[in-house]
Every structure is written in structure tokens, then in C-alpha cells.
Design a protein around this ligand. Structure first.
Ligand code: URA
Length: 287
């Protein structure tokens, strides 16, 4: 077997390496060494048609078109085409959302969409939480570990801060707030989603805003604000100033604000975030 050098690392270094690669959660209670564990028996494989009569010695024909693989040795896995790993792309997303007329249809379309490696590595597609038809729609960046686990946006520590701030301002997700993210799948290792992923997901969140039809959109963090406003400006420059998101000619008032995760690291900025939330309340009362 190829020497990867991993066996020379101490356990802590190896663990840190796995976390950096995105393997930051246990998927079972017991450890399994996948290199030595026997492959599942009798896996079915599709073979290309052959000119020779009879199947190869390791493959038995069970019914037309389906062949059973005998033995318990390691199973050969065909490489997936790069296109499938990358995901279906923005053009496919645009065409999928074009036919969605309701939030339920959009959610079903997103669940069926080929979100590439990101979707395959996530436990859940995180669509939305809160109240449909609410006057305020909050759009974050992407799910973290807790959101991926529960299938709902902003349920971890930054979600708890968000709820506290909303409640203090007299709002709540049970009543007047609807919440989603630009990217519906947890990025590996909690990284910032890369531009290709954001571009692919953009048609979904734009359609989501259009169908949710809020009076105002609160964009939490630079990823959300940059994606929805189509700008390269950073959140420090953007926050606190009302902008418009134009979706197929419909204009949505949108305010960029600091992300609660950033506020947890920079508590001194909570005053500005509070000011932004009060600006949102005023906007909702005046519209
Ligand atoms: N951060 C986000 O941007 N969205 C979530 O849902 C959770 C954390």
C-alpha cells in the first residue's frame, strides 16, 4: 500500500489533520478500520455487455442485466465524474428554481438538487426555520455542525445569540421572523463556503426570498451580504446601510449586519448590531 506517512504522526496531530480535512464528527459509536474490514457481501454491480459467452469467473449472472459479485474481497469503486463532484452548477439551479411556485416546491427542488460533494458530505439540507409569511427574512451564511445535525438554521450558539437579540427587540422566529442561509449544506470543516458553491446556491436563496416575500431582509455576515448584493465590499463597510435586492424586477429592502458568530468573538460590536436590529424594526413598522 502507498506510504502516506500518516502512521508516523502522533495521535493528536492525526486527529487535527482529520478535523482540518472535514472529518470532525464521529459517525458511529465504534471505530471501524475501513482498510481491513471485509467488504459487504453480494453487492450488485452493472457490467458492460461483453462479446464473450459466459460471465467472468468472479461474477455470476442472477437475472438479466444484473450480476452478482462473488467473494468478500475489497470492492472496486468507480471514480465519479468530476462534474458530479462539483455539483450541477448555477445554470442547473436557475432552471430548477424557474418552475417553483411555492416554498414547498422550492424545498423539494433543493432536496432533489445535485449539490455535489458539499451536499453528499452534509447530514441535512437546511432549508429554513421560523414563520412563513413573516415580515422579516434573515439570511445567514451556511449551516454549522448543530444546524446540520438538526436540519434547521441558527440553532447553535450563534443562533442562541440571534434569538436573544430578536427577543430583546420584541421579535421571534415563532412570530415574525423567517430564517434561511445562502448555502443550505454545511461546508466541510466549517470553512467559509467557496465562491463556486455560493454561485451555485444563489438562484435558490434568491427564489427563496421572492417566494417568502418579506417586507425586509436582514443579511447576517459578509458572505450573505456580498452574495445577495453582488458586491466585493466587506461587512464593516456594508453594515447598517439599507440596500435593495432586485429579484426579477421586485425590490426587497435589505440591511447588511454583523453575523452573530462574529459578535461572539467581538462583543464590543454588539452595540452596532443592536442599532441595526432597531433599524429593521423601524423599517417594518413604517412599511
Ligand atoms: N451560521 C450561519 O450563517 N447560519 C447558520 O444556520 C448557523 C450558523
Amino acid at each position: 500500500m502507498q506510504d502516506t506517512g500518516l502512521h508516523n504522526m502522533d495521535a493528536a496531530t492525526l486527529l487535527a489533520w482529520h478535523i482540518a480535512m472535514g472529518a470532525d464528527e464521529a459517525i458511529d459509536d465504534e471505530c471501524v478500520d475501513r482498510f481491513t474490514a471485509p467488504a459487504p457481501q453480494a453487492a450488485t454491480v452493472q457490467q458492460p455487455p461483453t462479446q464473450q459467452s459466459g460471465a467472468s469467473p468472479r461474477v455470476q449472472q442472477s437475472r438479466p442485466g444484473v450480476q452478482m459479485q462473488a467473494g468478500t474481497g475489497p470492492r472496486r469503486v468507480e471514480a465519479r465524474p468530476v462534474q458530479a463532484i462539483a455539483g450541477a452548477g448555477q445554470a442547473a439551479a436557475e432552471s430548477v428554481v424557474a418552475s417553483c411556485k411555492t416554498l414547498d416546491e422550492l424545498e423539494a427542488a433543493l432536496n432533489a438538487f445535485d449539490g455535489g460533494l458539499l451536499k453528499r458530505s452534509a447530514k441535512n439540507t437546511v432549508f429554513a426555520d421560523g414563520t412563513r409569511g413573516a415580515p422579516l427574512m434573515i439570511v445567514g451564511e451556511a449551516p454549522g455542525a448543530d444546524e446540520d445535525q438538526q436540519g434547521k438554521p441558527f440553532v447553535g450558539v450563534s443562533g442562541q445569540l440571534l434569538d436573544k437579540m430578536l427577543n430583546a427587540s420584541g421579535m421571534s422566529r415563532d412570530k415574525d421572523v423567517y430564517i434561511s442561509n445562502v448555502v443550505p449544506w454545511r461546508p466541510l470543516g466549517n470553512r467559509t463556503p467557496d465562491q463556486a458553491v455560493i454561485t451555485m446556491c444563489l438562484p435558490f436563496i434568491r427564489k427563496h426570498i421572492e417566494l417568502a416575500a418579506p417586507k425586509a431582509v436582514l443579511m447576517l455576515g459578509g458572505v450573505s451580504a456580498k452574495a445577495l448584493l453582488g458586491t466585493e465590499d466587506g461587512i464593516t463597510r456594508l453594515r447598517g446601510r439599507w440596500r435593495e435586492i432586485d429579484i426579477r424586477g421586485q425590490k426587497f429592502a435589505a440591511l447588511p449586519a454583523y453575523h452573530p458568530a462574529y459578535l461572539l468573538r467581538q462583543p464590543a460590536l454588539k452595540g452596532l448590531a443592536w442599532r441595526d436590529l432597531l433599524a429593521v424594526k423601524r423599517k417594518l413598522q413604517s412599511s
